[in-house]
Design a protein around this ligand. Structure first.
Ligand SMILES: [Zn+2]
Length: 290
């Protein structure tokens, strides 16, 4: 888990110095070392100035990030001790609007998981992406109250899966609220794509009359208890690398079938370690300034 936990503040004014040392080690030794202790995890506060997304979701950072408040109308931000509740202003607005929609439906609070670290960058655990303030994880299960959400997730237990135990269909926990929340996110023009478990996508492909919104739902491993929303590059961020466009169509056909093939169910083989990308210069600068 994140080494930062609740103790990020203890690094205080030495945080940047330690981060710079770790950056040097990281550039020398590569990702294996970085994943053990990313220098970005030591940075406890966003940089000053206007919000700007730099680089890509998997090799980037964010200047002038905003902090998502711990609670707001219709939502609660959980696991705050991870210090991953920062993002671009547009991401925070999206979260608030999705949550207000949920408040109108009135069946519980949206539980918001990780966004990015205060200045983005690689995390020490859990994610390769979430680096530039455009990604947010949202749990499918709704919380009865903020207190219940914080109590139930404090021990690291994840909220429950929406996929049945045999891995073949949506579970009984899946309902109108989950679908409404997911559709609201997919219908938002700021949203580029959303990662969900293939079983969730297949369930919607089979049951939904209108398929246009399913295009943004991309099947991926896991993502059965939460969905991962990714925004497009905001207009104010000229150094933001926009991910390649999604293929045309609703994605309900052959591409989705692959996820249920023997090949897809085999454990991932990655024999050749991938080369670590070069961090954008503007991100290196963000690591070393106060
Ligand atoms: Zn995610």
């Amino acid at each position: 888990m994140n080494r930062c936990h609740g103790h990020c503040g203890r690094h205080g004014r030495y945080g940047h110095y330690i981060a710079a040392l770790l950056l040097a080690a990281w550039l020398t030794i590569g990702l294996a070392a970085a994943a053990e202790g990313s220098p970005w995890a030591l940075l406890t506060a966003p940089s000053d100035g206007p919000g700007e997304v730099i680089g890509s979701v998997s090799n980037g950072c964010i200047a002038g990030a905003q902090a998502l408040p711990a609670e707001g109308e219709g939502y609660v931000s959980i696991r705050r001790y991870r210090n991953r509740f920062y993002g671009h202003g547009e991401l925070l607005r999206l979260v608030s609007e999705l949550a207000r929609g949920q408040a109108r439906r009135g069946h519980g609070l949206v539980m918001v998981g990780d966004l990015s670290q205060p200045r983005g960058g690689l995390m020490s655990s859990s994610h390769r992406s979430h680096q530039n303030g455009l990604d947010v994880d949202i749990w499918f299960q709704l919380a009865a109250s903020a207190e219940a959400a914080n109590r139930d997730t404090a021990n690291q237990a994840d909220p429950p899966s929406m996929v049945s135990a045999d891995g073949e269909s949506l579970s009984a926990l899946w309902g109108d609220d989950q679908q409404a929340l997911l559709k609201a996110a997919a219908d938002d023009p700021r949203v580029d794509r959303i990662f969900v478990n293939p079983v969730i996508k297949r369930g919607l492909c089979a049951s939904e009359g209108e398929h246009a919104w399913l295009r943004k739902l991309r099947p991926w491993f896991g993502h059965d208890a939460h969905f991962h929303v990714r925004l497009r590059c905001p207009g104010d961020s000229r150094q933001c690398d926009q991910q390649a466009a999604l293929p045309a169509g609703d994605g309900c056909g052959k591409d989705l079938d692959w996820w249920f093939s023997d090949e897809a169910r085999q454990p991932l083989k990655r024999s050749v370690p991938r080369a670590e990308p070069v961090l954008p210069a503007a991100c290196r600068a963000l690591l070393s300034i106060n």
